[in-house]
Design a protein around this ligand. Structure first.
Ligand code: G1P
Length: 297
């Protein structure tokens, strides 16, 4: 099989209460890592993986995301007048082909599965990628992004796939946790057969420490399951539950990726991401390193 995936869903309706007051009037997905908002990292990762259609599931107060991916003639004119070529290229390079970005509102905070289901009319019986911008995955030096790694692994197998990583036992209640089957290495990670899935189990009930990270490849059957609107953990419609119900019907693997994942839904992860990305920037690394070494903490 050699299928391609051209569409990605970005659920961006969440309230971002963990980052208040910063997120009171600004979407959490617009928080910057150095000088680029989280959502742009996710969109760039998707584009690298071959995605050409971008579907955002938004909500109230998220208009800044729509503006971000639109032309700002005012900014472009000023940069042009001032001869700021680099800035001009940066804002122009992020523009997508007209008509390839869609926004749909979730209307109610009914869970990640519900958010993904809201995008169903944009998907025509085809596989689709889902990226959660909070989970920022920095590629290894010279390596591919996480979604590209997954698409390559998925092309020979089809079915469903999730990104995964091992987490400390006491953190299982923050993740979808996998019951693992057979594992084997690939050129850039480890594929593990998914035998079962449970959303946010207490450590004592967790089937393993292998946790879902916010990258998914979904086959159309998942949408049929979502359609049933069954509520799970936290009273929400969980993508984890619909994926679990597809086990045994289609292939299902988790991909332990190469790269570093930052949980930018947490303050610590967000700060770590900023430092890590800044230390990889030629224009900032030396000065930041000097400051970090000398800083009186
Ligand atoms: C969601 C999913 C969970 C997954 C996590 C990854 O949870 O429901 O299965 O492990 O993303 O970040 P959330 O963090 O939105 O509560």
């Amino acid at each position: 099989m050699s299928a391609t995936i051209t569409k990605a869903i970005f659920p961006v309706g969440g309230l971002g209460t963990r980052f208040l007051p910063a997120t009171k009037s600004m979407p959490k997905e617009m928080l910057p890592i150095v000088d680029k908002p989280l959502i742009q990292y996710a969109v760039e990762e998707a584009a690298e993986a071959g995605i050409t259609e971008f579907i955002f599931v938004t909500g109230r107060g998220k208009a800044a995301i729509e503006d971000h991916f639109d032309h700002s003639t005012e900014i472009e004119d000023i940069l042009k007048q001032r001869g700021k070529e680099n800035g001009l290229n940066a804002v122009r390079a992020m523009m997508k082909t007209p008509g390839s970005v869609a926004y749909i509102r979730q209307q109610e905070p009914a869970g990640l599965g519900h958010a993904i289901w809201c995008a169903r009319h944009y998907i025509n019986n085809e596989p689709v990628a889902v990226l959660l911008a909070d989970d920022l995955i920095k590629p290894a030096t010279g390596g591919n992004g996480c979604l590209k790694q997954m698409v390559e692994a998925w092309q020979d197998r089809g079915g469903n796939m999730v990104a995964a990583m091992e987490v400390p036992k006491q953190q299982t209640s923050s993740y979808g946790i996998i019951t693992p089957g057979a594992s084997f290495g690939t050129s850039d990670g480890t594929l593990t057969e998914v035998k079962g899935l449970v959303e946010k189990p207490e450590p004592a009930d967790a089937p393993s420490r292998l946790a879902i990270v916010g990258r998914y490849i979904l086959e159309p059957g998942v949408f049929d399951e979502l359609e049933k609107m069954e509520r799970g953990a936290g009273g929400e419609i969980q993508i984890t539950d619909s994926l679990a119900r597809r086990i045994g019907h289609v292939p299902f693997f988790s991909h332990q990726f190469t790269g570093t994942r930052f949980d930018c839904g947490s303050k610590l992860g967000f700060l770590q991401a900023n430092i890590s990305y800044a230390l990889s920037r030629p224009d900032l690394a030396a000065d930041l390193e000097t400051w970090l070494k000398g800083v009186d903490l």
